[in-house]
Design a protein around this ligand. Structure first.
Ligand SMILES: *Cc1c(COP(=O)(O)O)cnc(C)c1O
Length: 217
């Protein structure tokens, strides 16, 4: 797949599901991809990227930002509290606000800096023990707590369980966002982004379908 082919599929899904044209943002997930593939996508004019690792992003994006204007990079991987300080300097948004201790840390940093990346709360819709995220029955209280800390909440994010139909998870996330007055829905990856768009995704996170398979060192 190419960037152009994915963009066409997004536009078709917007039409098919009654979504406004351009209402879905494509986050090109560039983690562990060779630099030349990332530059090829930048050269095609794409400017919104997703990364999973703070250290990898530190080594890559400050330089690329000097070469390409108006780049935005979103953190979509688990964030350790001791890397939060570096992360708020590197990313325009963090999609993995998944626990109270991280919220408190981000609130302190926001107060000290006078600004904060946009935040998405990660919800563990499948209630999987090994997966990060706020449990569904704790989401409303966590949203309230984050608002009490003046954190800028954009929306909710989920990663459905591997071997399940993602649709009920996307529907659940959409309902939770609506009842909490949150507009952003970060959901959908290479294999299921059209389903996510049907359920209201505003941010889809697509890696391998754009860049090819990842090889981990
Ligand atoms: C790696 C990753 C993606 C992209 O996955 P693909 O299947 O390559 O599209 C999306 N979201 C998260 C949270 C990821 O870690």
């Amino acid at each position: 797949m190419s960037l152009a082919a994915i963009s066409t599929r997004i536009a078709q899904a917007e039409v098919a599901h009654g979504r406004a044209p351009g209402s879905v943002q494509l986050i090109a997930v560039s983690k562990v991809q060779p630099l030349e593939r990332v530059i090829a996508v930048l050269d095609q004019g794409h400017r919104l990227f997703g990364e999973n690792y703070v250290q990898e992003s530190q080594g890559k994006w400050p330089d690329l930002r000097t070469r390409f204007a108006d780049v935005a990079v979103h953190m979509i991987g688990p964030l350790q509290t001791n890397k939060a300080k570096v992360a708020v300097e590197l990313f325009e948004a963090i999609h993995t606000l998944d626990r109270p201790s991280l919220a408190e840390k981000l609130a302190k940093l926001a107060q000290a800096r006078g600004k904060s990346p946009d935040l998405f709360i990660q919800v563990n819709t499948g209630e999987e023990p090994q997966k990060a995220g706020i449990m569904p029955d704790a989401v409303d209280a966590f949203v309230t707590a984050c608002r009490g800390m003046d954190l800028p909440l954009s929306g909710l994010m989920c990663i459905p369980p591997d071997a399940e139909d993602p649709a009920p998870h996307f529907a659940m996330l959409s309902q939770m966002a609506a009842r909490n007055g949150l507009a952003g829905l970060s959901m959908g990856m290479s294999s299921d982004f059209e389903v996510a768009i049907a359920h209201g995704a505003t941010h889809i996170r697509v890696g391998s379908a754009i860049f090819g398979a990842r090889t981990y060192a």
